[in-house]
Design a protein around this ligand. Structure first.
Ligand code: DGP
Length: 141
């Protein structure tokens, strides 16, 4: 699998070693490093080496490799930092809060009462609307 590059992308520059990072690991298809703006201590990123912006366009193999790297980092966070939990968060597109358009999975250690929020709140859905969307999406699979 080849890795497309966008010379203007900050994560491509990190992959290429052109700008520094606090690197956790690197393998054939992925790299993991610490987030420079951590929500909580230990906040890390699992990043595909190729420049694919979002989960709908990345090759399945590259997404799987990135998920595996996120799991490896999560295991280290759990073992070493012993958080109350962790989130794997992966934003796609500016409407979803993605600021760096190069696919990455946040590995975010969580502590009870830490006040960190993802960007939605719970409210009960309309069952008919949910069922209708389920049918539409099943046809689109
Ligand atoms: P997102 O908003 O999901 O696209 O997350 C991008 C994350 O990347 C954000 O938490 C901050 C982090 N980030 C941005 N620029 C850099 C950088 O140059 N180095 C590192 N280590 N992290 C960065």
């Amino acid at each position: 699998m080849s890795h497309p590059v966008d010379d203007d992308c900050i994560f491509c520059k990190i992959v290429a070693g052109k700008i520094p990072c606090f690197k956790l690991l690197e393998d054939e298809h992925t790299i993991a490093f610490m987030d420079i703006n951590p929500v909580n201590p230990g906040h890390a990123l699992a990043v595909t080496k190729g420049h694919w912006p979002t989960a709908d366009v990345i090759p399945t193999e590259a997404l799987a490799a990135t998920a595996a790297t996120a799991q490896r980092v999560a295991k280290a966070i759990v073992r070493e930092l012993k958080p109350d939990g962790f989130n794997l968060v992966q934003n796609n597109g500016p409407g979803a809060g993605q600021s760096v358009p190069h696919l990455h999975i946040h590995v975010l250690p969580r502590h009870k009462g830490d006040g960190a929020t993802l960007n939605w709140t719970y409210k009960p859905g309309n069952k008919d609307e949910i069922a209708a969307l389920c049918e539409r999406l099943k046809k689109a699979l």
